[in-house]
Every structure is written in structure tokens, then in C-alpha cells.
Design a protein around this ligand. Structure first.
Ligand SMILES: NC(=O)c1ccc[n+]([C@@H]2O[C@H](COP(=O)([O-])OP(=O)(O)OC[C@H]3O[C@@H](n4cnc5c(N)ncnc54)[C@H](OP(=O)(O)O)[C@@H]3O)[C@@H](O)[C@H]2O)c1
Length: 266
């Protein structure tokens, strides 16, 4: 039951209706025995700075999950950032400490690679094609690179962002080959890390017919659960890996991060 002692958590996005984190996180918080509730908040790009600044003044706010389109805009609004948030230039979770300071981290990449682990997929030695260079895709690229693939090819609508991401990755992982390119052919794993697939009339993020037989097609989109990309890949006889596995992979990490101060403050 929500009482005056309940800690407040939120998820900010625009739009907000499609998010699945509230149901999953509230179930997990209850299983963990935490007196906390996570609520959805629709926050526009224009309103983001004043909303995040206001978080410092909400005494019972423990933290906030950040999603589209705010992940890359939030880092400069935080007081401290994790190393991986600095490296990816994105934040998907903010913890508010007892002094009102905001600490940003990004757990999307961990979520994605944990989801692959849970499905028995090892990226070690693989050639990976990744569509996207936004917050989620950047975090996925860094987490994948840490698992020792042979090569990662990055494709993005704004090509300069793909090139810049490949360059940042090369500096952190000199033993992995990184390049920008739009053809998924010749890769063992092809990942959609863009927001394409959320709307019914979205274009496909890449052509699944160019994915080689035996390769896996993976998604970050959770709604719909079977995106047009996954449906096309299945029809081509390719193995698929849905976006929900990424959320499942990072929920426990998010819950740990957001509730780490709670025992002292409850
Ligand atoms: N399953 C999960 O647990 C999970 C976790 C995190 C995120 N996600 C999902 O991942 C998706 C991306 O999130 P994000 O935080 O990375 O967003 P973001 O930072 O706004 O990045 C969006 C990415 O999609 C590309 N894009 C957007 N619209 C496009 C279009 N019309 N044509 C081509 N490319 C387009 C962008 O390209 P440009 O750079 O050219 O703009 C960019 O690469 C969202 O759908 C989100 O729901 C899922």
C-alpha cells in the first residue's frame, strides 16, 4: 500500500503510454520488500531541464528511469556520472541521494548483454551489426565490445554519429574492429538499436534479407513484442531475440541501483 513513508520512483519519457517498466518494476520492488512505487511521467524535451532540476527538491524521490527521447540530454543535468555514462554520453537512470544530488548511470547495455547471456548467446568472436547510435545503441555497443566480439559495424540515419561512436569505441577497445556501414550481410548478429519499429508505419531499421543464414536478429523494441523486423526475420528462417529480454536483463540492476540508499532513509 502507498503511504506517506513510501519512496517515490518515476520513469520519464515522451510519449509515455508505451513504457512497460512500471508494471515490471513495481512487481520487482514488491518482491524485494521495498516500500517504493514507480510512476510514469510524461516530460517534453522543452520541460526536461526544469523537471530534472526539480527532482533535487523532492525529498522522498529515490530515483528516476530515463527513456526516449531524453537519454542523451540528461548527462549534463546530473551532479555525477558513472564511467560508462560518460563513455556512452547517455543516462537511463538517475539516483537521488539524501542531499538531493543526482547520480546518472546507463544500464541498457548491461541489460542487453544479460538478455543474450540468458538466451545462451555468446558474442565472443562474433561479427555484430548494430543499427542506431543513440543512447540505447551506444550503451549496447560498449557492453557488447566488452564481451570480445571480432567486429562491430554501426549503421545510423545520422552517419556522423555512427562514425563518432565507432571512434569512441576504438579508443576503449583497441582489440575489436569498429566501422560504420549499412549492410548487415557478413555478420553473425544483427541488432536494431534504433526506435524504428515502435510505430506501425516505421521503415525497417535494416533489410533482414541481407542478413546471412544462421545469423541472429535482435531487437530493442518491446512494443510490439514481435516487431515488423522480427516478423520478417522469422519468415526468412532467421533466429530472433526480442526486446523484452533486454528489459528483463536490466530490471534487477535498475532496482538495485535505485534502492541502494533506501534502508537508511526509510
Ligand atoms: N528493451 C529495452 O529494455 C530497451 C531499453 C532501452 C531502450 N529501448 C528502446 O530503444 C529505442 C531507442 O532508444 P534510445 O534511448 O537510444 O533513443 P535515442 O537516443 O533517441 O536514439 C534513437 C535512435 O533511433 C534512430 N532513429 C529514430 N528515428 C529514426 C528514423 N525515423 N529513421 C532512422 N533512424 C531513426 C536515431 O537516429 P539519429 O541518430 O539519426 O537520430 C537514433 O539512432 C527506443 O525505442 C526504446 O524504447 C528498449
Amino acid at each position: 500500500m502507498i503511504t506517506g513513508r513510501t519512496k517515490l520512483l518515476a520513469i520519464i519519457a515522451d510519449p509515455i503510454a508505451q513504457v512497460r517498466t512500471p508494471q515490471a518494476m513495481n512487481t520487482m520492488l514488491s518482491e524485494m520488500g521495498k516500500d517504493a512505487v514507480l510512476v510514469p511521467a510524461e516530460v517534453s524535451r522543452e520541460g526536461l531541464t526544469s523537471v530534472v532540476s526539480g527532482f533535487r527538491n523532492i525529498g522522498n524521490l529515490a530515483g528516476v528511469v530515463v527513456t526516449v527521447p531524453h537519454k542523451t540530454a540528461v548527462p549534463p543535468l546530473c551532479d555525477t556520472l558513472s564511467e560508462r555514462a560518460v563513455a556512452t554520453g547517455a543516462v537511463n537512470v538517475i539516483r537521488r541521494d539524501a542531499q538531493g544530488k543526482l547520480h546518472g548511470d546507463i544500464l541498457d547495455g548491461e541489460g542487453f548483454t544479460r538478455g543474450l547471456d540468458d538466451a545462451g548467446i555468446s558474442v565472443s568472436g562474433m561479427s555484430v551489426f548494430l543499427a542506431g547510435a543513440g543512447g540505447a545503441a551506444s550503451a549496447i555497443a560498449f557492453a557488447l565490445a566488452a564481451r570480445g566480439p571480432k567486429k562491430i559495424t554501426i549503421s545510423n540515419r545520422t552517419q556522423e554519429k555512427a562514425l563518432a561512436l565507432a571512434e569512441r569505441l576504438s579508443q576503449s577497445f583497441p582489440n575489436v574492429e569498429f566501422c560504420a556501414g549499412d549492410d548487415p550481410n557478413g555478420h553473425d548478429l544483427a541488432v536494431n538499436g534504433t526506435s524504428l519499429g515502435m510505430a506501425l508505419d516505421d521503415a525497417l531499421p535494416f533489410d533482414p534479407a541481407r542478413v546471412q543464414p544462421g545469423a541472429i536478429v535482435a531487437e530493442v523494441i518491446m512494443q510490439p513484442e514481435v516487431t515488423p523486423l522480427l516478423e520478417a526475420a522469422e519468415q526468412l528462417g532467421l533466429a530472433t531475440h526480442g526486446g523484452r529480454k533486454m528489459l528483463q536483463g536490466q530490471l534487477s540492476e535498475l532496482a538495485k541501483f535505485l534502492t541502494q540508499d533506501m534502508e537508511e532513509t526509510l
